[in-house]
Design a protein around this ligand. Structure first.
Ligand SMILES: *[C@@H]1O[C@H](CO)[C@@H](O)[C@H](O)[C@H]1NC(C)=O
Ligand SMILES: *[C@@H]1O[C@H](CO)[C@@H](O)[C@H](O)[C@H]1NC(C)=O
Ligand SMILES: *[C@@H]1O[C@H](CO)[C@@H](O)[C@H](O)[C@H]1NC(C)=O
Ligand SMILES: *[C@@H]1O[C@H](CO)[C@@H](O)[C@H](O)[C@H]1NC(C)=O
Ligand SMILES: *[C@@H]1O[C@H](CO)[C@@H](O)[C@H](O)[C@H]1NC(C)=O
Ligand SMILES: *[C@@H]1O[C@H](CO)[C@@H](O)[C@H](O)[C@H]1NC(C)=O
Ligand SMILES: *[C@@H]1O[C@H](CO)[C@@H](O)[C@H](O)[C@H]1NC(C)=O
Length: 540
């Protein structure tokens, strides 16, 4: 075990500290960490390929080095340097065992062409904008759009962007994002030779904050004011659609009812506000169900594929935050354990409750070793075959402090080397803060590189991490909603749709979206939510 020896020499002491993320204004000084020439070259790969662990590194890193097209999801036209993470992520995590379907791949390639054709400031875009000013359209336009607007925290936004993109794929719309001021520079452009950013001079921007105007031009608002006849006669050039957890019930009813999709399909500009993972609904709405199912024969992989396709860290986030942290603290551990601890209504007692839960879960499920309070022989001799890096992500530092104190005071019974890290502890969720979101995105990504994950119920932050990593985490229950103690294993990789529609379009009665088809069922962490499961699971 050469690797074990090397490792033993490097880390004979337990040491704990909070390595901090640092975001500098620009990353021109980082060039030393970027290899020159062929970036996917063998030497570079082996640097990371040496990481110990269960994967068979030697065979994988060679295949990475020899195979320029790393992942079929990557559009072939891209320039590697514009987005290092897209090409280098395979050096940090296992190649996904879930393959995108050929149909999904061809759909993506077609979408990329459509986006290039219709993207910002193209001729068709300019023409469609003109019609926007006239208010109504009388003939069909060549390009149609869905404009996504930000709402809630980063995790919510990412699941909602992915859902909007699936809608765009299914309806041949072009997805444009209004990133606001606090999501700038997080992601690479996902589509080659064009942009997914909504131009700053987009004419309706000045309406976005005006809820009355938004309501007057919403699908629900039009229906309520009995203007549906107007709607039937001439198609408006734009409509607002709001799919949020509360309010806008009418928008939700309309959007999720199949008979309205044809009408909605004619409107050139849809402006969507949602903080939900509404992608599962397309597996129920009759006009989309067939195609959605064909695109994703493995239903649990919707976010896994779309998320990996859409969300690649920008070079700044990748170099300054993710790889720098990973290489320094996580790369050499035999096992990386990610803990994502969300405390709702945080106070000392709540934090304590979550701490108790966390220890009960990780010790009971043997994710973390128990400590040796009697200093027996086993633990005093170091265990050369095992070391664990614990990555704590939380707004608070209590969990990190507790775990590091615990392992500092008493060695683990297994004699392993345990190291605890927390990249940031921001204290509270900063809204409207770009740097905060960069750190949050880096933490999500680092969690996705872990081998084992423990996440908090109801947290979209954890959902995104697990799905990008293709992991099935242990979920801590939400205190007060204790249907399982202290944690349980997720059955499906998919994010939970927290507030699914609950209205039957035909009978107009209430319905339970988790009871309609076998592959959409109640989430593990939330009774009211539903998520996608693979078909074969229902046989068990
Ligand atoms: C940003 O880059 C410029 C040169 O490109 C350099 O002069 C400046 O000091 C850098 N700023 C930071 C904060 O690194
Ligand atoms: C790395 O790539 C460049 C290009 O092939 C080559 O000159 C150098 O020797 C290679 N080393 C590796 C990486 O192959
Ligand atoms: C790695 O994979 C190769 C080829 O598949 C195999 O021959 C080798 O034994 C594997 N090594 C380990 C350590 O599993
Ligand atoms: C679209 O309009 C913008 C300005 O509104 C202009 O700069 C651009 O050249 C136009 N695009 C084309 C293809 O004409
Ligand atoms: C896309 O842009 C790159 C760089 O700007 C350029 O080299 C390439 O030819 C373009 N590809 C297409 C298909 O336009
Ligand atoms: C860690 O938390 C547990 C459970 O809340 C508590 O019993 C223990 O005393 C704490 N340990 C340290 C070192 O803070
Ligand atoms: C070393 O650690 C591994 C992993 O936790 C464990 O399975 C093994 O039993 C430990 N060895 C000893 C001698 O305690």
């Amino acid at each position: 075990m050469v690797q074990g020896m090397l490792f033993f020499k490097l880390f004979t002491n337990l040491c704990f500290f909070i390595p901090k993320f640092a975001v500098s204004e620009n990353d021109s000084s980082q060039s030393t960490s970027i290899p020159n020439g062929n970036l996917l070259n063998g030497t570079f790969a082996s640097r990371f390929g040496e990481r110990p662990g269960s994967r068979n590194d030697s065979s994988e890193s060679t295949s990475v080095a020899n195979d320029k097209v790393l992942d079929e999801l990557i559009p072939p036209e891209f320039d590697e340097r514009s987005c290092l993470s897209r090409y280098h992520s395979v050096l940090y995590r296992k190649i996904s065992s879930h393959k995108p379907s050929p149909l999904l791949l061809s759909k993506l390639r077609n979408y990329e062409n459509l986006h290039k054709l219709c993207g910002p400031y193209t001729k068709p875009y300019n023409r469609t904008l003109k019609r926007l000013k006239s208010g109504h359209v009388h003939s069909t336009t060549e390009c149609k759009y869905i404009v996504w607007r930000p709402d809630n925290g980063l995790g919510n936004r990412m699941v909602s962007i992915a859902s909007s993109f699936l809608y765009a794929l299914l309806t041949n719309r072009v997805l444009l994002l209004d990133l606001g001021t606090d999501m700038v520079g997080l992601f690479c452009e996902p589509f080659p030779n064009t942009s997914w950013l909504l131009p700053m001079d987009f004419p309706l921007r000045n309406q976005f904050r005006n809820s009355e105007l938004r309501y007057a031009h919403s699908f629900g608002g039009m229906l309520e004011k009995d203007r549906i006849n107007i709607l039937m006669k001439s198609t408006p050039s734009y409509l607002y659609v709001t799919l949020k957890k509360r309010d806008y019930e009418l928008d939700k009813r309309i959007f999720y009812c199949d008979q309205n999709q044809a009408l909605l399909g004619k409107v050139p500009w849809l402006i969507l506000l949602s903080e939900q993972y509404f992608a599962p609904s397309f597996f129920l709405i009759p006009s989309f169900k067939k195609e959605a199912t064909k695109l994703f024969p493995e239903k649990e992989t919707v976010f896994h594929h779309l998320g990996r396709y859409l969300f690649n860290p920008s070079n700044q986030v990748w170099r300054q935050l993710i790889t720098r942290f990973y290489d320094a603290y996580l790369a050499n551990a035999h096992e990386r354990i990610g803990l994502q601890l969300r405390v709702f209504h945080a106070n000392a007692a709540q934090i304590q409750t979550v701490m108790d839960q966390l220890l009960a879960c990780t010790l009971k499920k043997k994710l973390l070793p128990e400590v040796d309070t009697r200093n027996s022989v086993a633990s005093s001799s170091k265990n050369r075959t095992a070391s664990k890096a614990i990555l704590v992500t939380s707004l608070y530092s209590e969990f990190y402090r507790n775990l590091s104190n615990m392992y500092l005071a008493n060695p683990p019974l297994t004699g392993e080397v345990i190291r605890v890290y927390q990249p940031s502890h921001e204290g509270y969720q900063h809204r409207g803060d770009n740097k905060h979101n960069m750190k949050a995105w880096a933490e999500i990504y680092l969690l996705s590189l872990c081998d084992v994950l423990v996440t908090s119920a109801w947290s979209t932050f954890g959902y995104v991490a697990q799905r990008l990593g293709g992991l099935k985490p242990w979920i801590l229950h939400k205190p007060g909603h204790g249907i399982y103690l202290p944690c349980k294993r997720a059955m499906s990789m998919e994010p939970c749709f927290h507030y699914p529609f609950s209205y039957d379009c035909k009978s107009e009665n209430k319905l339970d979206a988790g009871n309609l088809v076998p592959y959409i069922r109640q989430c593990e962490d939330r009774e009211l939510g539903v998520k996608l499961f693979d078909d074969h699971k229902e046989l068990k």
